[in-house]
Design a protein around this ligand. Structure first.
Ligand code: PRP
Length: 180
């Protein structure tokens, strides 16, 4: 449960997200043109909305798998410790793998997951993040594709939570805490 009263101001509209996903999918399709071995891997839980919209815009023969990583628990600050709570169902050796993430903040999560998946010898491993907060980076990591670079604001919606709430907002919103 959120502990302090807050309101949410829209930051990136559902329409702007959809338009950006169309552009990203054009680039992704060029990258994977001709391959029939692409596995799109969603990082749970935050990416569940993004991956759903992304794969429906991709005109490619793909498989979908999920991996659950968590570094935050129910608090706002990263513990810097990435735990794998649920591993992939399928093997990725020799496959093209596209990891889908909602947000890159400190970079620990995608950095850790990338190293883990590289050790399984995929043919190509790339990543896409809807949001990127470069000012918060603690490890040198850049996703192959990024939807939007954003400032260091506390964001929710489109899969992203505050204390497990607000994941179902159709847009990205900025949390504004109320005084008192
Ligand atoms: C959040 C978010 C990213 C990660 C980004 O996940 O969904 O996976 O943190 O932060 P980082 O770049 O600092 O590692 P969280 O651990 O809160 O789990 P969730 O996806 O289940 O919300």
């Amino acid at each position: 449960m959120p502990t302090r009263p807050y309101v949410i101001d829209e930051m990136i509209s559902a329409k702007a997200i959809a338009a950006r996903i169309e552009d990203l999918c054009r680039e992704i399709q060029k990258e994977y043109d001709g391959t029939d071995k692409l596995v799109v891997v969603g990082l749970l839980r935050g990416s569940f909305v993004f991956i759903a919209d992304l794969v429906r815009e991709l005109d490619l023969p793909i498989e979908v798998d999920f991996l659950e990583a968590s570094s935050y628990g129910d608090v706002m600050e990263s513990s810097r410790e990435v735990r794998i709570l649920k591993d992939l169902r399928g093997a990725i050796e020799g496959r093209d793998v596209l990891v889908v993430e909602d947000i890159v903040d400190t970079g620990h999560t995608l950095n850790h997951v990338t190293h883990l998946l590289e050790s399984r010898h995929p043919a190509r491993l790339k990543s896409i993040a809807l949001l990127d907060k470069p000012s918060r980076r603690e490890v040198d990591f850049k996703a192959s594709w990024t939807g939007f670079e954003i400032p260091d604001e506390f964001v929710v919606g489109y899969g992203i939570d505050y204390a497990q709430r607000n994941r179902n907002l159709p847009y990205i919103g900025k949390v504004r805490f109320l005084e008192g």
